[in-house]
Design a protein around this ligand. Sequence first.
Ligand code: 13P
Length: 343
Amino acid sequence: MKYREELIEIANLMVATGKGILAADESNPTCGKRFDQINLESSENSRRRYRNMLFTTPHLEDYISGVILFDETIRQSTFDEIPFPKYLASKGILPGIKVDTGAKELALHKNEKVTEGLDGLRNRLIEYRSLGAKFAKWRAVITIGDGIPTDACIEANAHGLARYASLCQEQGIVPIVEPEVLMDGDHSIETCFKVTEKAQKALFKQLEIQNVLLEGIILKPSMVISGTECVEQASIDLVASETVRCLKNNVPRCVPGIAFLSGGQSDELATSHLHLMNEKFKAELPWELTFSYGRALQHPAIMAWYGKDENESNAQKILHYRAKCNGLASKGEHCKVFEKELV
Ligand code: 13P
């Protein structure tokens, strides 16, 4: 494989000890939803101002190894006219890019989705590499409900993820493979375990079929957790142990790292789950366990910013603090006392 050594090196940098990934790759409609919370109109300029605020956070690189960008963002610049990917790289942060084109309705399968974006992907990856992208992201969405997910949904998404991953590696870009089992619904943690296990098994089978170099990927899974409307919410302890049990059953040892999505968990809960997994199990795990959070990193920062320049430095302090909490959690060294001390 042409880029073998480069892929392994980048993947390992993405999960360097004490660091994780900031997912800032919201599509324009999703960014619009986030801005609705602060009554800010979503425009190319307001999105640039927001991303500029996030990325220019002093010392962000202490806890953030990489940032996932959206197509519009990878082409934008800081207000000193430095392209964002170049600016991030100058801070020692790897620029990444979301390359899927979204989860669309799966034909003949009600309430299920399949992620699209394979058409023309090779050429898009060539361009993204020239713009500085070192890694990419593709998110598959699996919904739990009455009679779903079906095998059709699991298999179609696993196939898409593996085809995407092989195209990325062909172009020297590390693929983040993200099979997200949604938290929406009243299902139990046991059901979530079964579905997550099935999705991960199907994914690793397809990655093998497509010759994907497992040493050169990062897995971005959802945690094994109760549905948001389940009356009995599993404890932090159970989420940590069931998530790790599922990964141990399904993720080959040669995968360098696992970086969780936050999926709608509160920022503190997402930190606590990651912390406990590492505190309890780190010594026995072959891979790094870290974060690739979107909402759980950005939410407190966007609320503090509220679209106003005068709030920028406070919002940056809050983002840095959240990144620090998660950086420590990725080493199993975050504790509640610390969380309170620094608020
Ligand atoms: P959340 O952490 O908000 O789930 O976002 C992570 C992500 O990149 C989803 O694709």
